[in-house]
Design a protein around this ligand. Sequence first.
Ligand SMILES: *Cc1c(COP(=O)(O)O)cnc(C)c1O
Length: 429
Amino acid sequence: MNATPSLLPGHPHIAFQDNDLRVEGARLKDLAQAHGTPLFVYSKASMLDALAAYQRGFAGRKARICYAMKANSSLGVLQVFAQAGCGFDIVSGGELDRVLAAGGDPAKVIFSGVGKTRAEMRQALQAGIGCFNVESEAELEVLNDVALALNQVAPVSLRVNPNVDPKTHPYISTGLKGNKFGIAHERALDTYRRAAGLPGLKVVGIDCHIGSQITEETPYLDAMDRVLDLVEAVEAAGIALRHIDFGGGLGINYNGDQPPAADALWGRLFAKLDARGFGDREFMIEPGRSLVGNAGVCVTEVLYLKPGEQKNFCIIDAAMNDLPRPAMYQAFHAIVPVSRRDSGAGTSTYDVVGPVCESGDWIGRDRTLSVQPGDLLAVLSAGAYCMSMASNYNTRGRAAEVLVDGPHSHLIRERENAADQMRAERLVR
Ligand SMILES: *Cc1c(COP(=O)(O)O)cnc(C)c1O
């Protein structure tokens, strides 16, 4: 018996106690028994701890933390951040509907994304959102038209592309030239002049977002210098910028990664801001992954073991439709047993795969596990970009979700059934 909780590095509030993995006060095997698998389980304390690290970094400053909700847009998760006073960074009209349904304040919403439709712009203006992060000159003109037609003035910030390399996976790097995001550094001043001259727009800020799963400080410091250079140039041209928004992108520990802590990183960033005379500005940030990624696990059952000549397969009931990151980005998720046993199954090396009919449907490669069919496994770091990217491929219902808050567990999403999936479809008659 092991009475001392053993902490998994980088996963606060997720620990083994008496050989059973718990999220806060809840035993995962009990939750799996009650709700079935695959099952996402989130720790509220872990989300609030991650938020507190940013809040410490911003203490004494004028700052707003806008949770980038595409990382995990489940209502029960949004509610946690809304109640903690956060704003939200959205990328669609559907996300705005979710913010409102979860009790979020539209005035604290910023709307990012390269392809906002007129309908989405109207919806956001009518809801009274805080700011549009505009990503192109063409979008400025359309937003101006939409605002004028509604007799409104749209608050805008321009997303500039600082052209720094965040040294992350190419699919999640967004601040380099040749990337679809943002306005090129060289075009930024002219675009600000254009925006300032449009009667349906009010320039309120500047923003950038250079990528995701960033584990080094230097790209942030470099991007900040590039953005501050622009702030100086834009303000010298007589256009005041009320806020500066540095986006999101801070990484988490998936596989021994060591990203800077949010408070330490912001200590360094504020040293630069103070040195350049910008320390008392209004700041915004848009963290996603770093607020929720390591707050969640996915509990899955081992269905079959399939020994092979070249590889052994461990077939689980979670798949690429639940956990798309390995198939999309060759991403790594740690996989641990939900109950540690002293004896029993022998140890082997497995590729852990799902039931979906695709060779890309793998969750972990070459993992050393001691398992037998019927055992439960926990896929770690599953709080971000898993459920929000989940699909119904193979007509698999999306998993259920539980939010654990100390001793209490709340089902925040029921398992989706086939009728749910077919509801909007029609036979031809
Ligand atoms: C995705 C995104 C974020 C959040 O990125 P994380 O890596 O999850 O922190 C923030 N801002 C914008 C504009 C984004 O597209």
